[in-house]
Design a protein around this ligand. Structure first.
Ligand code: HEM
Length: 528
């Protein structure tokens, strides 16, 4: 039976990555609460404009797609400042209460990712009551004009409730200028909006599918969970929404009353700077060696190596599992060009690592394999060394462990790269990860799968793209690009990996349902 959710009660950013729904621009605004009653009225006024997850359409009974979207979230301090009752506050997850800065060791935010280098707003956060980030308001718009119109609307609202709230500045913008907001914007390729990020990869392809999300049953292949008979099913709703059964067949821990938490979720906001010069230089240096060793032309070697770092080819996101080398990529591209949209989606997302248990196609330390290993941590097929045979038949669902670590990704790139020979400048991605349990999902992936490699038989090797590789010569980072165990080919070693991505700030937020927003606004949260 198809599961139905109350989409009108769920904020729209939980089910939609707005960038893919013709909103190429975003503005993220953070506010401090000065006075509780007025701030609650502000939340109430904003709630009337909040975009829900309801489907859009042009028929008279349907909700029309808006010109811009509005969503709200709160930090733990924000909920406190809004006077949510103490016994409800006590039900929130400890990592959410502590906040991202306090979790920096778990997240590996060290060296150039340390909070001392974060944007001023995030450095100041938690230093005094009047600098604390309490509220998050995000706007996504269809055009620059509409973005400014929406922001003017928000500014007016803030002015109207100025006793209660104020906008916090301190976001580094172009040329280091401090701004009152963080903008996000899709990148342009020859003037045309595209799905690329600053390293040149096509992004935004794989997003988990869960029960009850609009038309979820049509998109499960490669996005849901792998079943024993080879079919795919949608993930349990409770992995992404509080108040619903999760993959352990339990309700995720959530604050009471249930009306406060049900249909809400947690959001991890991170501003990630991309060192484009370091990336280009490292890729070029390694591609020279790779081209010699693999007897490939330099251009082919560079693109294959870039694909090995992420698990997908840069130009169109073709997965290495389907297109492991330049010649199979040509065949894959021909199929992709002919494919109808549903088939296209299937070609890009519908794959497993079952036929690549050695990592010869998609390396164990590549971005997508580390972040979503699918069933490859447990499903063992073929002859592999004894140590790799683990957890076989331990679960009815082959990827049971991975299914508890899935994350919805939202956000957009920010900034423009003015000079690719320099790392400085303001460019990267704003990533927002939505999950029902920040510790079990986002933090686990960040700590155990990105910055450590044990689950992948990779010792302490980190994930190539995001790992917090050290510049200290005593602790060089490496990654191995595997080959088939019985081939004459030798594995390729990416040595002395530099840090490609640095954290510039962020925080953990609670994304309430529309019902919860109304309760909070009216001061009616009753935990008894
Ligand atoms: C600058 C930072 C980052 C860049 C450039 C980046 C880039 C990419 C690219 C190119 C893909 C492949 C396209 C796709 O499958 O959508 C991808 C996939 C993905 N990324 Fe990232 N990413 C970054 C940070 C992160 C972070 C911090 C997380 C979470 C901890 C994350 C989670 C994911 C997930 C879950 C997938 C889909 C994997 C799958 O299901 O196969 N990414 N990313």
């Amino acid at each position: 039976m198809t599961k139905k959710l109350d989409l009108l009660d769920i904020q729209g950013n939980i089910v939609r990555a707005y960038g893919r729904f013709s909103y190429p621009l975003a503005r993220y605004v953070f506010l401090n609460i000065r006075e509780s009653a007025s701030a609650r009225r502000f939340v109430g006024a904003l709630t009337r404009q909040v975009t829900s997850s309801a489907e859009w359409g042009d028929l008279p009974h349907q909700i029309k797609q808006p010109d811009w979207t509005v969503n709200i979230a709160m930090t733990y301090q924000g909920l406190k400042a809004l006077e949510v009752p103490r016994s409800s506050l006590m039900g929130f997850a400890p990592e959410f209460v502590m906040g991202m800065k306090a979790r920096r060791d778990i997240l590996g935010d060290d060296g150039p990712s340390s909070p001392v280098y974060w944007d001023p707003i995030w450095q100041d956060h938690h230093t005094s009551r009047d600098k604390d980030v309490h509220l998050f308001v995000s706007i996504n718009a269809r055009s620059p004009l509409l973005l400014e119109k929406a922001y003017a609307w928000l500014q007016n609202m803030v002015k109207e409730f100025q006793i209660g709230v104020c906008i916090l500045g301190g976001h580094r913008g172009p040329d280091g200028v401090l701004l009152d907001y963080q903008d996000g914007c899709v990148l342009l390729e020859e003037g045309v909006p595209c799905a690329k990020e600053h390293f040149g990869y096509t992004d935004g392809i794989g997003d988990p599918v869960f029960e009850g999300a609009p038309r979820y049953d049509l998109k499960v292949n490669g996005r849901g969970k792998q079943m024993e008979d080879g079919s795919w099913q949608a993930l349990a709703t409770g992995e992404f929404l509080l108040g619903h059964i999760d993959e352990a067949k339990e309700y995720p821990n959530a604050p009471l009353p249930i009306l406060l938490s049900r249909n809400g979720s947690y959001m991890v906001y991170r501003k990630l700077h991309e060192n484009v010069a370091t990336f280009d230089r490292y890729l070029e240096e390694q591609a020279l060696v790779f081209s010699r060793e693999k007897k490939l032309e330099m251009d082919a070697a560079r693109e294959l190596l870039a694909a090995k770092m992420v698990g997908r080819w840069r130009d169109n996101g073709a997965p290495l599992v389907h297109a492991p080398d330049p010649s199979s990529k040509v065949e894959f591209d021909a199929k992709l060009a002919e494919a109808a949209p549903a088939e296209r989606d299937q070609l890009l997302s519908g794959f497993t690592y079952d036929e690549d248990m050695s990592g010869a196609r998609c390396p164990f330390s590549s971005h997508i394999r580390r972040i979503n290993p699918r069933a490859s941590l447990e499903m063992v097929k073929g002859d592999l060394p004894g140590s790799m045979v683990m957890n076989v038949e331990a679960f009815d669902t082959p990827g049971a462990l991975t299914n508890r670590r899935r994350i919805l990704r939202r956000g957009l790139p920010y900034g423009v790269v003015k000079d690719r020979s320099r790392d400085d400048g303001e460019h990267g991605i704003i990533i927002m990860m939505i999950n029902a349990d920040i510790n079990r999902q986002f933090e686990f992936v960040q700590q155990q799968w990105i910055n450590y490699g044990n689950d992948f038989q990779a010792g302490s090797d980190k994930e190539i793209l995001l790992g917090n590789h050290s510049s200290d010569e005593r602790f060089p980072s490496k990654a191995v690009l595997q080959v088939e165990p019985d081939s004459d080919d030798a594995p390729f070693f990416l040595n002395k990996l530099p840090r490609f991505v640095e954290t510039r700030g962020g925080e953990y937020f609670f994304v309430p349902s529309l019902t919860a927003l109304r309760l909070i606004a009216q001061g009616l949260v009753d935990p008894t």
